[in-house]
Design a protein around this ligand. Structure first.
Ligand SMILES: NC(=O)c1ncn([C@@H]2O[C@H](COP(=O)(O)O)[C@@H](O)[C@H]2O)c1NC=O
Length: 196
């Protein structure tokens, strides 16, 4: 099954995977305080505005560190609002509503998740027909296609590295790359899986 991009979160570990039929020549790199999805050296040029972006940021907020991740440019305003003290629910809802679903051929939804130092985790999506922001108590997945509402999902990873590789290895078609994040006693750790 092809579900496109997806996030899994809950509640101490999370992952974001890029699956792509149209733009497979991409990888995740670490840039400053963010993990960034971008083209590989051999990728054809594109003017599609939705295929290169910061997919994961860990930010310092008045309530401690929070990790925010998702499938597009909304990750930046979510992170910036968290830094300024917005509750995660409000940072997700306002950023997703402001940018809305992607104006491409598929009306691709924007998806995102946050993990807080206090153990609070949220998952969110904005589609053409809905804005959904939920707190999660167990691993939960939302994808751009097919599973486009948050669903409980079996996800065993206990570290960032395990989360990136488990997400990358899931059976959903056209895996390209994945990022993992986990809350530890020393703050958040992140990991990248770019495949072969
Ligand atoms: N975030 C991404 O990595 C990403 N990759 C592709 N898209 C959008 O989704 C459309 C479909 O892509 P695909 O056929 O690879 O699933 C693309 O034309 C593009 O507008 C993306 N936008 C949202 O998921």
């Amino acid at each position: 099954m092809y579900v496109g991009r997806f996030v899994v979160v809950g509640p101490d570990v999370g992952a974001y995977r890029v699956s792509s039929r149209s733009f497979p020549n991409r990888k995740i790199t670490t840039r400053k305080d963010a993990l960034t999805v971008g083209p590989t050296d051999d990728a054809p040029e594109t003017d599609n505005p939705y295929v290169a972006y910061n997919c994961l940021r860990v930010v310092e907020t008045p309530a401690g560190e929070v990790a925010a991740f998702g499938n597009g440019s909304h990750v930046d305003p979510i992170a910036e609002k968290l830094e300024r003290g917005y509750p995660a629910r409000d940072a997700l809802a306002t950023s997703l509503l402001a940018l809305d679903y992607e104006k491409d051929d598929y009306d691709t939804p924007r998806i995102a998740a946050t993990i807080g130092t206090d153990g609070e985790a949220l998952i969110a999506t904005v589609r053409k027909d809905a804005l959904v922001v939920e707190t999660v108590e167990e691993p939960t997945l939302v994808a751009t296609y097919e599973t486009d509402a948050p669903e409980s999902f079996e996800f065993e990873a206990a570290s960032a590295e395990e989360a990136a590789s488990e997400a990358y290895d899931l059976e959903f078609e056209h895996a390209v790359c994945a990022a993992g994040v986990a809350r530890t006693d020393d703050g958040f750790e992140t990991a990248i899986e770019n495949g072969e």
